[in-house]
Design a protein around this ligand. Structure first.
Ligand code: IPE
Ligand code: IPE
Ligand code: MG
Length: 246
């Protein structure tokens, strides 16, 4: 067996190093409560807090959450504005607790076109320092993210390297492509969770999810909690990962 084949585990490791989550169902949950959609998004933040804590305690090293897609701009302005200020506020209010717990926030997506106040919150979170040796988990927040945007950007960057004469087309490998994605340097997610009963990827991490185990639950995101996250990890442990082999 070559080096390369050797580092891919055949069966699921006890705890995934990287978990990705499509947090879906805030609007339907709010409707069920007789409330406006933003009420659901606000309760969604509470679910994020609990799941982040549970993931860090379980030893997950990277947690990537889909907070706003490039397609979500198509929602009514009032909802978009509400989501943007909710996220900006949550980043600031959670920052000290997260930093204290050794959780680093990282943001992936087309951040330059986000509202100024949100960009300022992102900047504060990015510059928060975690003491040497205390880093426990990286929380990737996907904001104005879509996989096609990411792959288009990566392709453009690689094209520019070729055009400058810094790269031969023969040197374009899967590893090189991975190194141009927003998740560069991180392992691919072993587990993807999507709440609310929808069974699709909605333009999330298309490259990185190539061999990821998918876990769908009918629970709406505001009702997803630590116990349900733990259940998803247990389901993952029962999976047999073959990677095309026997
Ligand atoms: C997920 O919940 C949050 C975002 C996409 C921002 P939704 O807002 O999509 O809720 P549903 O799917 O309409 O119930
Ligand atoms: C995916 O949920 C995006 C986020 C969770 C941020 P959506 O609710 O936007 O996806 P669709 O429209 O059901 O595919
Ligand atoms: Mg939805």
């Amino acid at each position: 067996m070559t080096q390369k084949e050797n580092h891919i585990p055949i069966s699921a490791t006890p705890t995934p190093r990287h978990v990705a989550i499509i947090m879906d169902g805030n609007g339907r949950w709010a409707k069920g409560q007789g409330e406006e959609r933003l009420y659901g998004h606000r309760h969604g933040v509470d679910a994020v807090r609990e799941v982040v804590r549970t993931a860090a305690e379980a030893g997950v090293e990277y947690l990537t959450i889909y907070a706003f897609s490039t397609e979500n701009w198509g929602r009514p302005e009032e909802e978009v504005d509400g989501i943007m200020s909710l996220i900006a506020g949550a980043i600031l209010s959670e920052l000290d607790t997260l930093t204290g717990a050794g959780i680093r926030m990282n943001f992936i997506g087309d951040l330059a076109s986000l509202p100024q106040t949100l960009q300022e919150s992102i900047h504060k979170a990015r510059t928060a320092e975690i003491p040497e040796g205390k880093l426990r988990m990286t929380l990737n927040v996907a904001l104005n993210y879509s996989a096609r945007w990411e792959l288009t950007e990566a392709t453009r960057q690689i094209g520019e390297c070729v055009q400058r004469g810094d790269l031969n087309p023969e040197e374009i490998t899967p590893e090189l492509i991975s190194a141009h994605l927003t998740t560069r340097g991180m392992p691919d997610p072993e587990l993807l969770i999507r709440t609310s009963g929808e069974q699709r990827l909605s333009n999330f991490l298309l490259w990185q999810l190539s061999y990821t185990e998918l876990y769908f639950t009918d629970t709406l995101w505001p009702e997803f909690d630590g116990a349900q996250f733990t259940r998803a990890l247990e389901a993952y442990r029962q999976r047999e990962r073959r990677f095309g082999r026997l």
